[in-house]
Design a binder for this molecule. Structure first.
Ligand SMILES: [Zn+2]
Length: 394
């Protein structure tokens, strides 16, 4: 790679390769995480990185690259996800990477190709050769399948991954995220009995049963919010994202299903939440509101609870201040791979250019100013590492 390649050049290249998460319903030619990984691996190899693992069309693994001594004294890991959400309903050309109005437009511009491009450009311009004599290793992880439930991060954790510092790259508008909520996603189906629509008393309406279940779920989250009030992370939340029910206008609905996104706070154990839901559903059967039910947990991920007072946060803030983009610390509601990977690292933050309010939208974009500022901050941060680690013998 041209070491002077800008984040803008790299980002446009990455957007042009569709990499929709394969778990979302899409034609296969839009599933290209491995193609993005190959481009990123090529750029990293040109910068002296060794590729330990590379996904292919048939091999579902993360991209893992490293540069540094065989016996590192310190490892700094950057992690970004390679997948995007789907492109259905987008109001702009998703893969054209059009540059207009000081922004780059396309699927993944902010989430997560912009932050990844900023890192690659930062590495390209940084004096990486100064890191090795200090025993510093840099790792870059391109994680697969983040959007559908952090599968790549889970795979990485299961390989025994460990690092000293971890920067999870996501669009944070260059704020340092030190904590976020957990995510507990589930599906509930309830069943009643069909009957002729003119004789509802002879059936058991599952849609009406589900209305009771939803009322109970909302009540429980309100109780939890009162119990855990005062957290920096705000309150636990519940969103009924989808609902399907009934078979025909003139038939008593025999079944109804919902998918629910529950965001959790530290102290809310998934096992306990599941038990609580089972109890809610069983109570509706005992009351005769529904006949039976099923519960499927789709994703259960813990919150990320870092600290604003770590050497990593200080180092990023110093680097940002030095290049004229002072940054602040934040906690957020949305979920990232930091929830899965923070137990593998001494210090973890979520950080990157772009805005989460752009992510998953029908007109996704990123400001070129953010992209350049993110590159400058990351480059400075990498270049200042040797100062924290004097060469052996000094
Ligand atoms: Zn993301």
């Amino acid at each position: 790679m041209n070491p002077d390649a800008t984040a803008l050049d790299i980002l446009r290249q990455l957007i042009a390769i569709p990499s929709v998460n394969p778990n979302f319903t899409q034609p296969e030619d839009l599933q290209g995480e491995h193609r993005v990984a190959a481009i990123v691996a090529g750029i990293l190899e040109d910068l002296g990185f060794v590729i330990d693992s590379l996904p292919t069309e048939s091999k579902h693994c993360n991209l893992v690259a490293r540069r540094g001594p065989a016996q590192p004294r310190f490892t700094l890991t950057f992690e970004a996800h390679l997948d995007t959400v789907g492109v259905k309903g987008m109001e702009i050309a998703p893969f054209a990477a059009e540059v207009r109005g000081g922004r780059v437009w396309g699927r993944g511009a902010s989430d997560d190709k912009g932050p990844l491009a900023a890192l690659l450009a930062a590495l390209g311009g940084a004096k990486l050769q100064d890191l090795e004599p200090r025993g510093i290793e840099i790792k870059v992880i391109g994680a697969i399948r983040e959007e559908s439930g952090n599968e790549g991060a889970e795979l990485l954790r299961n390989t025994g991954f460990e690092t000293d510092w971890l920067v999870v790259l996501e669009p944070t508008e260059l704020n340092v995220i030190v904590a976020h909520k957990g995510a507990f996603w589930f599906r509930i189906d309830v069943f009643g009995s069909a009957a002729h629509g003119s004789c509802p008393d002879q059936g058991l309406n599952a849609i009406e049963g589900m209305m009771e279940v939803i009322r109970e779920l909302k009540l429980r989250v309100a109780v939890a919010a009162r119990r855990i009030s005062g957290s920096d992370l705000g309150s636990p939340t519940l969103n009924i994202g989808t609902i399907q029910g009934g078979s025909s206008l003139n038939i008593v609905a025999p079944s109804c299903g919902i998918e629910v996104d529950r965001r959790t706070l530290p102290g809310e154990e998934p096992d306990e939440l599941e038990r609580e839901m089972r109890a809610v559903l069983e109570a509706q059967v005992e009351r005769g509101i529904i006949r039976s039910w099923s519960l499927q947990v789709i994703k259960s991920r813990p919150p990320f609870l870092g600290s604003p007072h770590t050497p990593l946060v200080r180092a990023l803030e110093n680097a940002a201040g030095a290049v004229g983009h002072p940054i602040g610390e934040q906690t957020v509601s949305w979920y990232s791979d930091a929830g899965v990977l923070s137990p593998c690292s001494r210090n973890t933050v979520v950080f990157g250019p772009g805005s989460i309010s752009e992510a998953h939208t029908s007109r996704e974009s990123i400001s070129i100013d953010q992209l350049s500022a993110g590159t400058a901050v990351l480059r400075r941060f990498i270049e200042e590492l040797p100062e924290a680690f004097p060469a052996a013998g000094q």
